[in-house]
Design a binder for this molecule. Structure first.
Ligand code: EPU
Length: 356
């Protein structure tokens, strides 16, 4: 376990904003995680859990509290005979015979996990290749891309429950997954520390129709196979051609969520020329930002990525106020032109822990 004091949040997050946190713990086991929570409680400080910081934004006044970074590693197929948790074992027997359970620990790099299982020929997460972040962050916002969502293959999640000071296993049904949503980023935010995630995967290939951009790539490269490793390769190439790597270009993935409308609103915006994807009345926010003429623009030290309008790049901004102005300008433009309200995707360090 590593404990450091007064570490700038800008050094812990890919958007590279934010003042110091009082403490930061890097924990490598579930007991260390529990120890870090106990430490915070003894000091009456709030806790904020961070993975690789690819989807979290700090404020100028930092965090008067304890940031816990999940560094618990390991990726392994689960042998049902080794399972000590009888509840897990019972539910496992209800899965189809060709399904295998993989356990990945929260501090693993998400893409390493995707590659490890995809090269073995398992389908379920291959379209989520090259998404920045950790395994532990995947269930929190139910990451998704190219028609797949983490929730589609998550079977259960091992957590440390900081309220009960105990370990438990939450089944997917208990996690209340929906688009970029789970109990971990809503009702129970801050309560659970994700130790490991169990994924149900099967040998085979994606069955649904592929997203156009992915199919285009396969066609252009004469790839007819849909085996998981090939999809990983295609997704990685498509993403790399559009999305900046947050490790080298300060940013935090899609900055706004896509929007789902009711029928009346969908009809209204359609008359304005906005493409509506059905079923679900999904609006691609990237399209809205692009069609406000904002692609490539500079806004208070931030830049709207010229290959993916949903990505906001921190070009040379230092202050959170700059982000507020840039975000406000984009939201106002979209509101004025289309009457739609954008919602930010990355999380922010909570206000109550901020140094006043
Ligand atoms: N579009 C534009 N201009 C843009 C970007 C998108 O017009 O600059 C329109 C196009 O019509 C395009 C459609 O939006 O066909 C979809 O674009 P894309 O496939 O690039 O995906 P997205 O909707 O912008 C979502 C996720 C991404 C995920 C991709 C791929 C959200 C908020 N974002 O973006 O996730 O990788 O789909 O499936 O749902 C992330 O969450 O950090 C993230 C990168």
């Amino acid at each position: 376990m590593i404990l450091r004091e007064n570490v700038p949040i800008k050094d812990l997050t890919t958007m590279r904003l934010g003042g110091p946190t009082t403490f930061v713990f890097d924990v490598e086991s579930e007991d260390e995680a529990r120890g870090a929570f106990t430490f915070a409680e003894e000091k009456s400080l709030p806790v904020f859990v961070l993975g690789s910081g690819a989807n979290t934004i700090g404020r100028d006044n930092g965090f008067k509290g304890v940031i816990i970074r999940n560094k618990i590693k390991g990726i392994e197929p689960v042998n049902p005979d080794d399972l000590e948790n009888s509840e897990l074992l019972d539910s496992l027997s209800a899965l189809p015979a060709d399904t295998i359970l993989y356990k990945a620990y929260g501090g693993e790099t998400w893409d390493d996990f995707v590659r490890a299982v995809s090269v073995e020929g398992f389908t379920g997460v291959e379209a989520l290749a090259a998404i920045p972040g950790t395994v532990g962050a995947a269930p929190v916002q139910n990451i998704g891309a190219y028609g797949q969502e983490a929730a589609g293959s998550i079977f259960a999640v091992d957590v440390y429950d900081s309220v009960a000071d105990d370990y438990k296993t939450l089944f997917a049904e208990e996690c209340d997954f929906s688009y970029r949503h789970s109990i971990f980023n809503s009702e129970q935010k801050g309560r659970y520390f994700i130790i490991a995630v169990y994924f149900k995967l099967r040998k085979g290939e994606i069955e649904s129709e592929l997203y156009a951009s992915l199919q285009d790539y396969l066609d252009k490269n004469n790839i007819t196979s849909r085996e998981p490793a090939k999809i990983v390769e295609a997704v990685t190439a498509v993403r790399n051609s559009k999305l900046p790597d947050p490790e080298t270009i300060a940013s935090s993935g899609s900055f706004f969520k896509n929007i789902y409308l009711d029928d009346a609103e969908a009809e209204r915006v359609e008359k304005l020329g906005v493409p509506v994807r059905r079923p679900g009345n999904k609006i691609n926010t990237g399209w809205l930002v692009e069609n406000c003429g904002l692609k490539g623009q500079d806004l208070n030290g931030f830049k709207i990525c010229d290959t993916a309008a949903l990505v906001l790049i921190n070009d040379h901004a230092e202050a959170y106020a700059d982000l507020e102005k840039a975000r406000g300008a984009i939201m106002d433009a979209v509101k004025d032109k289309f009457g739609l309200t954008l919602e930010q995707e990355p999380e922010e360090i909570p206000e109550e822990g901020i140094n006043a």
